[in-house]
Design a protein around this ligand. Structure first.
Ligand code: BES
Ligand code: MN
Ligand code: ZN
Length: 499
């Protein structure tokens, strides 16, 4: 991750390769907004920028030669759009503008970011955005990474709070959050021939290797232990692959926790659909079908690094959904841990099967609340698109997750679990089917299915099918590929429980 320092200096005097300042729209045109930048420079830029067609709109990033007034070589104008009614900028606006500029500056080694930081929270947002924008995935490129792909290596954030102790603590948090998001992105971007269930278990152990002293422990159930333990959902989904499934528990247990939270993540390392095979067009992106488990793993890691007073256990339900000779068939009946039976009507509705085992396991272990996160349904994408995730579950948990997402700057939207969809669970041979005959409300039906496995434990369900993997162009601090969505929301939720 990029090196990070704070500076209280006049940004004009900083010798970075590039200096980033903000632009915004005003009633009479454009304003340049930057911490500590002298007024004469601001006015000069405000005259120049409109002549270059700069508007100050969100997502507008413009690189210019810096000119004699600045020590940096390149000046970058990043758009903040319009101010809020009270004259400030929303945290997510700052995060996004900082991220877009730093992302566009890939290939530049040192960058000074001078965006307005009226409060310490603004500083955290700018820093987080800048760090999130400094990402690229290059593990499987041989030879030199082309210069224009290398993420920015060193960041200097200009702020009036450069000497505040609280600001420094907040920066440490921003670095841990960004590291967690990058960790999730790396796992998601790992090609599916390299990231199979046993490899995921090794990755989980590697991710927590220095956290033993902080109370983090990984336990892995292999295919034999899963069969012996009655985890029929994970076993059934995984049996079509030559690379057997795993249930990976990652537990962070601080001394004297104020509450205990379980996070259950869908970890399908590749989803072909199984015997109910997917069409080729939509299949390649199913390398990202383990995004929930990746987010869970790195949320637990971040919670431990931050020393939150909340016990958090991640349940990573990891399997590869392949149509091999031993694959489960439509018509099979499997028994989920705890004894409920499910008729498989569609082997492509595999996520809810592995999640059912994970939820039962979490409930057995006794937590105050269970959240689950999964790239669960194509219906989520139809309903909410590629940038907004769905959140369901018990009303209060759902609303708390939505509030945490808003605070963290991730887009989630509360969705209902209509009573009448329960009728779709009916099976002629088992307790329920995994896929309803009626496709209407597919995201909501999947939530209704999962609810059958949580009993009375307070529960929230996050469907991130669209937002987990960005197949279009990069935007703001979001790169192409794995986005790491969910990490910031779950972490904010945990922080909220810890006070
Ligand atoms: N992994 C998919 C859901 C998905 C779709 C994630 C698009 C990301 C982008 C899931 O396992 C799946 O295949 N769901 C089926 C369920 C259906 C068979 C009831 C779907 O949504 O089509
Ligand atoms: Mn599927
Ligand atoms: Zn899937």
């Amino acid at each position: 991750m990029a090196d990070l320092t704070l500076s209280g200096k006049n940004p004009a005097s900083l010798k970075a390769d590039a200096l980033v300042v903000g632009t915004c729209k005003t009633s009479d045109g454009l304003a340049v907004v930057a911490d500590q930048l002298p007024g004469d420079l601001v006015r000069e830029l405000e005259t120049l920028a409109p002549q270059l067609g700069v508007t100050g709109a969100r997502d507008e990033v413009r690189k210019l030669p810096a000119g004699p007034g600045l020590k940096a070589s390149v000046l970058v104008l990043t758009g903040l759009g319009e101010r809020e009614a009270d004259g400030t900028f929303a945290a997510e606006t700052l995060r996004r503008a900082a991220g877009a500029a730093v992302r566009e500056l890939a290939g530049t080694s040192s960058v000074a970011v001078a965006l307005p930081t009226a409060t310490e929270d603004d500083l955290v947002a700018v820093t987080e955005g800048a760090l999130l924008g400094a990402y690229s995935y290059t593990t499987y490129r041989t030879g030199d990474v082309p210069a224009k792909q290398a993420p920015v290596a060193s960041l200097e954030v200009v702020t009036q709070f450069s000497r505040s102790a609280r600001a420094k603590a907040a920066l440490t948090r921003a670095q841990m959050v960004a590291a967690a998001v990058h960790g999730a992105r790396d796992l998601i971007n790992t090609p599916p021939n390299h990231l199979f269930p046993a490899a995921f278990a090794e990755a989980a152990k590697a991710a927590v290797k220095d956290l033993g002293a902080k109370g983090v422990k990984v336990t892995v159930l292999d295919e034999k232990q899963l069969a012996a333990g009655g985890y029929g959902g994970i076993v059934g989904v995984g049996q079509g692959s030559s690379r057997p499934p795993r249930l990976i528990k990652v537990a962070y247990a601080p001394s004297k926790p104020v509450t205990r939270v379980a996070l259950v993540g869908k970890g399908i390392t590749f989803d072909t659909g199984g015997i109910s095979l997917k069409p080729p067009a939509g299949m390649a992106s199913m390398t990202s079908d383990m995004s929930g488990a990746a987010a869970v793993l790195h949320t637990v890691v971040a919670a431990a690094r931050l020393g939150l007073p909340v016990a958090v256990t991640g349940y990573l339900c990891v399997a590869e959904n392949m149509p091999g000779g031993n694959a489960q068939r439509p018509g099979d009946v499997v028994t989920i841990r705890g004894g409920k039976t499910v008729e498989i009507t569609n082997t492509d509705a595999e996520g809810r099967l592995v999640m059912a085992d994970g939820l039962v396991s979490a409930v057995e272990d006794g937590h105050d609340v269970v959240l689950d996160i999964a790239t669960l349904t194509g219906a989520q994408v139809v309903a909410l698109g590629n940038r907004v995730s769905g959140v369901m579950g018990d009303d209060d948990v759902r609303d708390a997750v939505k509030a945490a997402a808003d605070a963290a700057g991730e887009s989630f939207w509360a969705m209902p679990m209509p009573e009448e969809l329960k009728a779709g669970l009916k099976s002629n041979v088992a307790d329920m089917v995994n896929s309803a005959a009626d496709r209407a409300g597919g995201m909501l039906f999947a939530a209704v299915f999962l609810k059958q496995f949580v009993g009375d434990t307070p529960w929230g369900h996050l469907d991130i099918a669209g937002p987990a993997f960005n197949e279009k162009g990069a935007f703001g601090y979001t790169p192409v590929g794995g986005t790491g969505v969910g990490v910031r929301t779950m972490l904010a939720y945990l922080e909220g429980r810890g006070v």
